[in-house]
Write a protein that binds this ligand. Structure first.
Ligand SMILES: [Zn+2]
Ligand SMILES: [Zn+2]
Length: 138
């Protein structure tokens, strides 16, 4: 599936004050990503680890201390707060990807393919959520 993704952007719109990045593809499709969403799909090893895809975790200490036990109750997972992230710079990486520099000195490389697959528009969402992946495409 999704083997047809072969598009590239003709236009990328982003403003420093804007919480969105919009990509206009050469097939006239438009994708509008929240900045926080882009950060969330960053494919680099660091981000994947942070998101918990890596089962490599510290094991809880066994000593039960009632006092700390209570404060640990709300096990804190990193929550995404989109407004926390800001893009400071974007550039093309070759002709296959978008490089993004973040305010916290993080760098992301999003291939066109990844961006296509993560397009948050209604029709793409519907397509991805459709239970059958038959030849129902256009
Ligand atoms: Zn990353
Ligand atoms: Zn879309």
């Amino acid at each position: 599936m999704l083997s047809q993704i072969n598009r590239s952007p003709v236009e990328i719109n982003a403003g420093k004050s804007s919480p969105f990045v919009e990509i206009v593809w050469d097939d006239d499709h438009r994708s509008k990503y929240q900045v926080g969403q882009l950060r969330a799909i960053c494919p680099c090893a660091t981000c994947r680890e942070t998101k918990g895809e890596n089962p490599h975790q510290a094991i809880k200490p066994k000593t039960p201390n009632p006092k700390t036990e209570q404060s640990k109750r709300g096990l804190s997972l990193p929550l995404f707060k989109p407004e926390k992230y800001q893009i400071t710079n974007m550039n093309y990486v070759g002709n296959y990807a978008l490089g993004v520099e973040w305010q916290d000195n993080h760098h992301s490389i999003f291939t066109w393919r990844l961006l296509s697959e993560e397009c948050p528009c209604e029709s793409c969402l519907a397509e991805r959520n459709s239970p059958s992946n038959n030849n129902s495409s256009l």
